[in-house]
Design a binder for this molecule. Structure first.
Ligand code: CP
Ligand code: NVA
Length: 307
């Protein structure tokens, strides 16, 4: 059974296959119905969501299926029923499980016991669906992925930082993370990414110098400095990351034709200036829409592998 719990669960060739399927699905949104029946997909949320919730609900319906969207606080998971028991029950009644949660270990537990494909809809460690949407967006705007330089600035140790490192290496991109010491990606994940990069021609550079990360970048990315679950650390984080903001001046270091991504929600005036996110280089609305197409593709791809 194949799952999508972290970016390197797809090989470089498989990532390309999913992105090509996403482009085809975007061109013909209602042409493929792998969930006809309708089969049900459980979509569980331990954390807030707008884009992920809507894109999975709409995408599952587009694929001919029935989305069962639940906040886990209203389920027995919220009262402590073991993940493994929940997984066994969901697997008996649904065709796939999509889960936004805290610990990556919980997703692994779900995948080990569900008997159906499990998709990570964001954990503390990774947000792999977002990276598929991001690379779909870059592909549309740049025509290619391999060989492009991607600069990600801000919290390098959060889910987005980790997923850019892994998913970028998988795509053969040169990923540069600019993040302060103590907030750089987990060295074990960087090592995994470097092993992948050695096979794709990509590379990974981690630096605390935002200018080094940004210089001549084709793609400039940031994310919130305070991820869900880190609200207590807000004040220290805002102070610590203040030099890593994507401003017009910072954009001057990237290539003039660089595109700007942000997974959203964005905090204008903190990690990104309003005139950048709302400016001509920003492709964030395409990126948000592409969640739908990318996730339909990865779900259809996993279901095909499972059958
Ligand atoms: N980018 C993203 O995952 O957005 P939501 O938190 O709104 O789902
Ligand atoms: N890093 C952010 C991403 C939100 C989509 C968070 O985890 O809150």
């Amino acid at each position: 059974m194949r799952h999508f719990l972290r970016d390197d669960d797809l090989s470089p060739a498989e990532q390309r296959e999913v992105l090509e399927l996403a482009l085809a699905m975007k061109a013909e949104p209602y042409a493929r119905k792998p969930l006809a029946g309708p089969q049900t997909v459980a979509v569980l949320f331990d954390k807030s969501s707008t884009r992920t919730r809507v894109s999975f609900a709409v995408g599952i319906a587009d694929l001919g299926g029935n989305p069962l969207v639940m906040d886990t606080g209203t389920t027995q998971i919220g009262r402590g029923e073991p993940i493994a028991d929940t997984a066994r029950v969901l697997g008996r009644m649904t065709s796939a499980v999509v889960w936004r949660t805290y610990a990556q270990a919980g997703l692994e537990d779900m995948a080990a016991h569900a008997g159906v494909p499990v998709v990570n809809a964001l954990s503390d460690d990774f947000h792999p669906c977002q990276i598929l949407a991001d690379w779909l967006t870059v592909l549309e705007h740049k025509g290619t992925l391999a060989g492009l330089t991607v600069a990600y600035l801000g919290d390098g140790a959060n889910n987005m930082g980790h997923s850019y490192v892994l998913g970028g290496a998988t795509a053969g991109m040169h990923v540069r993370v600019g993040a302060p010491s103590g907030y750089q990606p987990d060295p074990a994940i960087v090592a995994d990414a470097q092993r992948v990069a050695a096979t794709t021609g990509g590379s990974v550079v981690i630096t605390d110098d935002p200018a080094e990360a940004l210089r001549d970048a084709d793609v400039v990315i940031t994310d919130t400095w305070v991820s869900m679950g880190q609200e207590d650390e807000k004040a220290e984080r805002l102070a610590l990351f203040s030099g890593y903001s994507i401003t017009t001046e910072a954009m001057g270091l990237a290539r003039p034709d660089a595109v700007v991504l942000h997974c959203l929600p964005a905090y204008r005036g903190l990690e990104i200036a309003a005139d950048v996110i709302d400016g001509p280089q920003s492709v964030v609305w395409d990126e948000a829409e592409n969640r739908l197409h990318a996730q339909k593709a990865v779900l259809a791809w996993l279901l095909a592998k499972a059958s």
